[in-house]
Design a protein. Structure first.
Length: 365
């Protein structure tokens, strides 16, 4: 069995464990584990306690999941590709939900918002003097799609009549298809679809409703601008890395009949590391950015952000507000945006995102 292939699943597991372990560091201090709290409560003992428990569960539980899944994959036929990432995602969600419930309970019992002025603030300059969408950062992803398509045209005559179209965890072909435009260029079509999807999501995200702090609206708007640009650039670079991974996979299909899972995943892992690095420097909604000159002297308005927990469900992971026309809003955990599931347009877009990849194999074959 290919030892390099056996390293792929634990490597993905380590990356996912590190990502979810870092998640509490990315969000605003007033949104610990998806719970909206006033700034005066960010140092409440329950928050530090739950952060420690969450990281202990993720660290120890993640190590156990990786060890068990790697052993099963190496010694039996029970393991399957992606088993440890799926289990780790479930573990992270359970740990996050536990912390969310604990903090929400203390917030409710101690009535943290009693006597506070809650409000929502808007900055019209974010619409009238918008940042430019960073289109140039989409060029690498588009060039890789073009390069893959041109390569496919050049090698098409020499591609074998029985083309490997699926590989197991160690990179050996385990399913074949008859040579055709659809089977040979399947990954090219997938690249084009992924690139179009990520460009579309980037555009909608860039125009998403900002969530400004009513206590310091000016500095909050500045942070939002920098966050939006950086997050979209990360998304476009990630699209390029995904396309490069598919180029490596396509080259293996066309030439060797086997592939190296590590080489296929390497560009994707590099892209994820870039996203994590930017997220750690920027923080969700720019929460980790340094204050601008003069921002510390910005007069406090005496208001706190509105307690809108009732619109966030499943431990603050899903936003559903029918009265909010926004298509996308900033996430409460992690880095980036999520859909407003109370908006019918968002549901239509989600159906397209999920449905098109499922229908693509039927269309091209």
């Amino acid at each position: 069995m290919n030892s390099a292939g056996l390293l792929v699943d634990p490597l993905l597991g380590l990356v996912i464990t590190a990502l979810v372990w870092l998640t509490p560091s990315l969000t605003s201090p007033t949104l610990p584990f998806g719970v909206r709290i006033p700034a005066a409560r960010v140092n409440a003992p329950v928050i530090a306690e739950q952060r420690g428990r969450y990281r202990w569960m993720v660290g120890v539980g993640g190590a156990g999941v990786i060890a068990v899944c790697t052993t099963l994959t190496a010694t039996t036929h029970f393991g399957f590709p992606g088993m440890s990432p799926l289990l780790l995602a479930a573990l992270a969600l359970a740990a996050f939900a536990r912390a969310n419930r604990a903090i929400a309970a203390v917030k409710r019992d101690e009535d943290w918002y009693r006597g506070l002025r809650q409000g929502v603030v808007a900055d019209t300059s974010l619409r009238t003097e918008t940042e430019r969408f960073p289109w140039l950062w989409s060029i690498p992803a588009l060039l890789i799609v073009a390069a893959t398509a041109v390569t496919g045209v050049v090698v098409y005559p020499s591609v074998p009549e029985r083309l490997p179209v699926h590989f197991n965890a160690v990179g050996h072909a385990d399913n074949y298809a008859t040579k055709s435009i659809g089977s040979v260029f399947f990954l090219v079509f997938t690249q084009a679809g992924v690139t179009a999807l990520l460009l579309g999501l980037s555009w909608f995200s860039f125009r998403a409703r900002p969530e400004l702090d009513p206590a310091r609206p000016v500095d909050s708007a500045r942070r939002h601008r920098r966050f939006s640009v950086r997050a979209v650039v990360c998304l476009l670079l990630l699209a390029a890395c995904v396309n490069l991974s598919m180029f490596v996979a396509a080259w293996s299909m066309w030439h060797t009949g086997s592939l190296s899972p590590f080489l296929v995943l390497l560009p994707l892992l590099v892209g994820l590391l870039v996203v994590v690095g930017v997220a750690l420097r920027t923080g969700q909604a720019g929460s980790r950015l340094p204050a601008a000159d003069g921002a510390a002297r910005e007069p406090e308005t005496g208001m706190v952000q509105r307690d809108d927990d009732r619109y966030w469900h499943v431990a603050g992971s899903f936003y559903a507000n029918r009265t909010d026309p926004s298509l996308m809003v900033q996430k409460r955990s992690g880095f980036g945006w999520t859909f407003n599931f109370g908006n019918p347009r968002a549901l239509v877009l989600l159906v397209l995102i999920v449905g098109v990849p499922l229908l693509l194999p039927l269309i091209v074959h």
